[in-house]
Design a protein around this ligand. Structure first.
Ligand SMILES: Cc1cc2nc3c(=O)[nH]c(=O)nc-3n(C[C@H](O)[C@H](O)[C@H](O)COP(=O)(O)O)c2cc1C
Length: 244
């Protein structure tokens, strides 16, 4: 039997991501987040508007999304309930947050120079996505349950770095989910993805079918023709429907 309930949070399970940004003095900040999803090489992240990361992203337009493996859970936990913002927002103060000026030092993680953006990558994270800001949206304004002002950032992924031990084949671009165990947060508890439970119908055909820019020759021409037709047919004109 289903019950109508009112959970305080709806965190059903997403990967933990360590977002690195640059502070105004050129030092780097790290923020653990888990409100994130991807479509192609575009990504959406959700942030508390009062976080240092929000401030840094709005000022610099750049970040790196570093995905830790499950074994990095203690490093993530060591910077939970910290903020790079000197003047603590009141709600964070009451939740027991502390100001932390150097989250690399506090977590024991290592800075690694990025290629396409200025904020550093985190060396220990097997997946590092360098990203630039595409769009900023004030998020959840009509949600009466939203506790603090929130922002959604649409990011363009500019560079993807994958540790070769989690690739299917070191010379190819495909991540092997049997070798990659991201840290997952579900309802404030940490999990791993170590149990493979079933084949997926989505896995019929090569992964490259999701990346027309990887195809060659006639296959590419044909796919481009189909996509052009599709775009014409399905591209939606977004209407802003503000309820009265
Ligand atoms: C595992 C984990 C997941 C989190 N997910 C989010 C999130 O999705 N969005 C968010 O705004 N804060 C999230 N937080 C809280 C931020 O880490 C927190 O707001 C932090 O102060 C941000 O750091 P900053 O102020 O230095 O940017 C999460 C914290 C942890 C430990």
């Amino acid at each position: 039997m289903h019950r109508d309930v009112e959970p305080a949070i709806l965190y059903f399970g997403t990967p933990v991501v360590l977002v690195t940004t640059l502070n105004e003095d050129g030092t780097a900040n790290i923020a653990p987040i888990s409100s994130i999803w991807w479509l192609s090489w575009s990504c959406m992240i959700g942030l508390d508007a009062s976080s240092k990361t929000t401030e840094n992203l709005l000022r610099t337009g750049e970040c790196v999304l570093n995905l830790p493996s499950d074994h990095l859970v203690e490093s993530v936990n060591s910077i939970a309930k910290t903020t790079g913002r000197k003047k603590l927002p009141l709600h964070k103060k009451s939740l027991g947050y502390k100001y932390e000026s150097d989250k690399f030092l506090a977590s024991g993680l290592t800075e690694q120079v990025s290629i396409a953006v200025k904020p550093p990558r985190i060396e220990e994270c097997p997946v590092q996505l360098e990203a630039k800001l595409a769009k900023t949206i004030s998020f959840g304004e009509s949600d009466s349950k939203m506790a603090v002002p929130s922002v959604a950032f649409e990011l363009n992924i500019e560079k993807v770095h994958i540790e070769e031990s989690i690739l299917k084949d070191p010379s190819k671009s495909y991540v092997d989910p049997d070798k990659w165990h991201p840290l997952i947060m579900s309802f404030r508890k940490f999990y791993s993805t170590r149990d493979y439970i079933h084949e997926s119908k989505l896995a019929d055909g090569p992964e490259a079918q999701y990346a027309p820019w990887k195809l060659k020759g006639l296959k590419r021409k044909l796919t481009e023709w189909v996509l052009k037709k599709n775009t014409k047919r399905y591209k939606t004109k977004i209407q802003v429907n503000d309820p009265v």
